[in-house]
Design a protein around this ligand. Structure first.
Ligand SMILES: NC(=O)c1ccc[n+]([C@@H]2O[C@H](COP(=O)([O-])OP(=O)(O)OC[C@H]3O[C@@H](n4cnc5c(N)ncnc54)[C@H](OP(=O)(O)O)[C@@H]3O)[C@@H](O)[C@H]2O)c1
Length: 237
């Protein structure tokens, strides 16, 4: 049977979600590409010959609807890639960040992935090689010398804290799946040119950054779980 990948946040051609979907399709996976705007994901999915589905990761009904469809059609998924994420509060100040904005950021970047894993882990457990990838960020780490939480350059406090929390979720769930039933890891894709003009500040091509996500999505049986990786290498939390 096909290896099935479910990926969130595939709404932009320049985005990591689309590039990851494309590379996994090329690698022979059956890809279910999702976005909250069905029209956007449908156009992109058609370009690469994958399946498009509507999914809002902050909406339980939307998640349950997709779960029911995939349960009925395939009875399993092999890989869940929690790529959807946003709320990049460039120049933000945690003393004045709007609390509603913070709640919304957590609702998407942390709880979105959390809801997806709670909902879809029964389908993952039907796979003979289940993998979860949480797309995190150096902004959520203490170890990243440029974008990390403890560095002066770090000016995305809300975003960074949501990714820190997402990393915590990765660790806690890995211990929950410590029988090795599901491998789950956080991946920092690195600063990536998913928005025009960011190359001049050092953002790298999306093709390059997606490779680290693919690596975690396709880990072999003896691969790690509960770690934080960039380009297939372990990095500091
Ligand atoms: N680019 C970088 O330098 C970089 C670095 C480190 C980490 N990351 C992470 O990589 C991931 C992809 O980012 P990107 O750079 O490729 O930007 P992007 O294209 O803006 O990706 C974010 C995606 O999340 C989706 N999304 C937001 N809220 C959602 C919701 N409630 N339900 C479903 N989808 C939702 C967006 O959809 P809409 O179009 O509907 O808003 C969009 O498709 C994010 O998690 C980001 O934090 C990026």
């Amino acid at each position: 049977m096909d290896k099935i990948v479910l990926i969130t946040g595939v709404s932009r051609e320049l985005g990591l979600g689309y590039e990851t979907a494309k590379q996994l399709k090329e690698a022979g996976y059956k890809v279910i590409a999702t976005a909250r705007d069905l029209a956007k994901v449908s156009v992109l999915a058609d370009k690469i010959g994958v399946t498009a589905k509507e999914l809002d990761i902050t909406n339980d009904h939307s998640i349950r609807k997709l779960y029911n469809e995939l349960q009925e059609k395939f009875g399993k998924i092999d890989v869940l890639i929690n790529n959807a994420g946003s709320f990049f509060d460039q120049g933000g100040n945690p003393l004045t960040s709007n609390i509603e904005f913070i709640k919304d950021a957590l609702d998407t970047n942390l709880l979105g992935a959390w809801r997806m894993i709670q909902a879809f882990h029964p389908l993952l457990k039907e796979s003979d090689r289940p993998r979860i990838v949480n797309v995190s960020s150096g902004a959520g780490s203490f170890g990243d010398a440029v974008f990390g939480l403890a560095h002066h350059f770090s000016k995305v406090p809300v975003y960074g804290i949501t990714k820190l929390a997402l990393n915590g979720l990765t660790v806690k769930l890995a211990s929950q799946f410590k029988d090795g039933s599901i491998k789950i890891n956080s991946v920092d894709p690195g600063f990536t040119a998913t928005y025009p003009g960011t190359e001049k500040w050092g953002a790298r091509p999306v093709e390059e950054s997606a490779k680290g996500i693919i690596w975690a999505a396709t880990l072999p049986e003896d691969g790690p779980s509960g770690g934080f990786f960039k380009d297939g290498e372990s990095i500091d939390w």
